[in-house]
Ligand binder design. Structure first.
Ligand code: MRU
Length: 351
């Protein structure tokens, strides 16, 4: 499996997702600020992966600290947390991971741990967040595989794979789970303008796994569905509101509307850490807007004239009524989501 992100004694190491598939280059971040920059500039991206990166970045920052007392260390700690929180606003996993690190820090201070002990504790928590994410993806894969017909043509948007998580993937985890259960799967990967996560990353992962993969441009999915060539759609998520409205890579909403028109089931696969019961609905999910150059240029090539205005929202919201099920490590949630998601946090495993 792909090493998306790993901790070394003095660094957080990530595969540079801006360069794939042309180059497999690893970036070594030696400070918390470098990790924050890597998240912002999309060296690492995908909701669960940026949560893991933030946690490891915080642990690294505190490991590098020269503070000898916990009071100074606390000031440094909260500053690093702010730095991480300011990187990308939409994926709630980022804030969820930062909150976990804050809880650990507070617990350590409460029992009077030394600086060394706090450093160890934060390293362990970051690694736990990483390891739990892989386990969640595998559980999601096993649950979701049951939704996949024996012979399935699956459309996915963006990259919700090993690269977007600590490993295995959410939407691609379900696809991997189905393949592991002996199902014959072919995948259509939307190229996913403007960052091309589908063409560059999803196709790269699936081809490496020997899974039949066809890349289409984003404007082709309607034609594909109309020709009866898609059996189901599975995508990931950056934040799922309490009512089931789901923010994911821009273009997901278009695919969901098309799927409804063609009576194709549309599923979301995401860990519980992507579900945000504190956000009532999709209208309250903050949507990141990225710079114009991502739209006007591909690589060094200019596509749009100077002077044209650009709108570049990184995500859109798919309303809950278009979603057939939300696949998580605790099972598959069905509508009405306002009730099922709430119940999901109270149960260990769904039937
Ligand atoms: O801008 P990105 O590449 O971070 O957006 C990623 C997505 O929208 C993914 O679909 C989502 O984070 C789910 S990843 C398991």
């Amino acid at each position: 499996m792909l090493p998306t992100i790993a901790r070394e004694a003095d660094a957080v190491v990530m595969i540079d997702q801006r360069k794939l598939p042309a180059e497999e280059v690893y970036v070594r971040c030696r400070t918390a600020a470098e990790v924050a920059r890597a998240i912002k500039s999309m060296v690492i991206r995908g909701a669960p992966a940026i949560g893991v990166a933030a946690a490891m970045g915080i642990a690294l920052g505190i490991r590098n600290s020269k503070s000898t007392g916990t009071q100074k260390l606390a000031a440094e700690f909260y500053k690093i947390c702010e730095l991480m929180a300011a990187t990308r606003p939409t994926a709630v996993n980022l804030f969820w991971a930062i909150d976990r690190m804050k809880r650990e820090f507070a617990a350590a201070v409460e029992v009077g741990e030394s600086v060394d002990q706090i450093q160890d504790r934060l390293d362990q928590e970051a690694q736990l967040i990483h390891d739990e994410d892989v386990a969640s993806c595998r559980a999601m894969g096993a649950f979701g595989a049951d939704l996949v017909p024996a012979d399935a043509r699956i459309l996915t948007h963006c990259n919700a794979g090993a690269l977007a998580t600590a490993g295995y993937g959410t939407a691609l985890g379900v696809i991997r789970g189905a393949v592991e259960k002996g199902k014959r799967v072919v995948v259509f990967a939307d190229e996913t303008r403007p960052f091309l996560q589908g063409a560059r990353l999803t196709a790269w992962e699936l081809v490496r796994d020997g899974i039949d993969t066809t890349v289409i441009t984003d404007n082709m999915s309607g034609a594909l569905m109309r020709q009866g060539k898609v059996d189901l759609v599975i995508v990931g998520a950056d934040r799922i509101a309490a009512n089931g409205d789901t923010a994911n890579k821009v273009g997901t909403y278009t695919v969901a509307v098309l799927a409804r028109e063609h009576r194709i089931p549309f599923y979301v696969a995401a860990p519980m850490s992507t579900i945000d019961l504190n956000t009532a609905d999709g209208d309250h999910i903050p949507i990141e807007e990225r710079n114009a150059r991502e739209v006007t240029h591909v690589g060094g090539l200019q596509l749009a004239p100077d002077g044209a205005h650009v709108w570049n929202p990184a995500f859109d919201v798919t309303p809950h009524h278009l979603i057939a099920g939300i696949i998580t490590e605790r099972g598959i949630f069905r509508p009405p989501y306002a009730e099922s998601l709430k119940r999901g946090f109270e149960q260990v495993t769904l039937a």
